[in-house]
Design a protein around this ligand. Structure first.
Ligand code: ADP
Ligand code: MG
Length: 137
């Protein structure tokens, strides 16, 4: 059993597709172990994406992530990290396979609907960034 972190980004929250995205997880064997709606501060968004700090899109990414509230979840299940990445689809929705969350709900590479941890190691760090042990069930 693995846990991974998922964020429904501001574009998808604004569009009102939170329920549709959560259904993708629950219909594919990922259980919601924790969930909350928050509005990230700029400092938190910068810290969360600190691994991208030298990339040309870092400032845009941070601005986008604070442009509205997000829904943050811990997803749990067999192979949760990879399964979530498969359900999400490619970073650029134009390259995402049909039927993936990004193919169906994302507009472009900046506003691409969801974040998902890319490894078990990062999942642990990202989960601890948002949730205390007593918030995960
Ligand atoms: P993923 O979210 O698929 O793990 P990355 O970790 O590479 O992708 O990038 C983090 C986020 O930064 C992406 O989800 C996307 O919103 C943004 N991003 C990545 N690459 C680009 C790019 N070339 N131009 C603009 N934004 C980008
Ligand atoms: Mg990533």
């Amino acid at each position: 059993m693995e846990q991974t972190l998922s964020i429904i980004k501001p574009d998808a929250v604004k569009k009102g597709v939170v329920g549709k995205i959560i259904d993708r997880f629950e219909s594919n064997g990922l259980r919601i172990a924790a969930m909350k709606k928050i509005w990230l501060s700029k400092a938190d968004a910068k810290q969360f994406y600190i691994i991208h700090k030298d990339r040309p899109f870092y400032n845009e990414l941070v601005s986008f992530m604070v442009s509205g509230p997000v829904v943050v979840m811990v997803l749990e299940g067999d192979n949760a990290v990879l399964k979530n990445r498969d359900l999400m689809g490619a970073t650029n929705p134009k390259e995402a396979k049909a039927g993936t969350i990004r193919a169906d709900f994302a507009d472009n590479i900046d506003a691409n609907a969801v974040h998902g941890s890319d490894s078990l190691e990062n999942a642990k760090i990202e989960i601890a960034f948002f949730f205390g042990k007593r918030e995960i069930h």
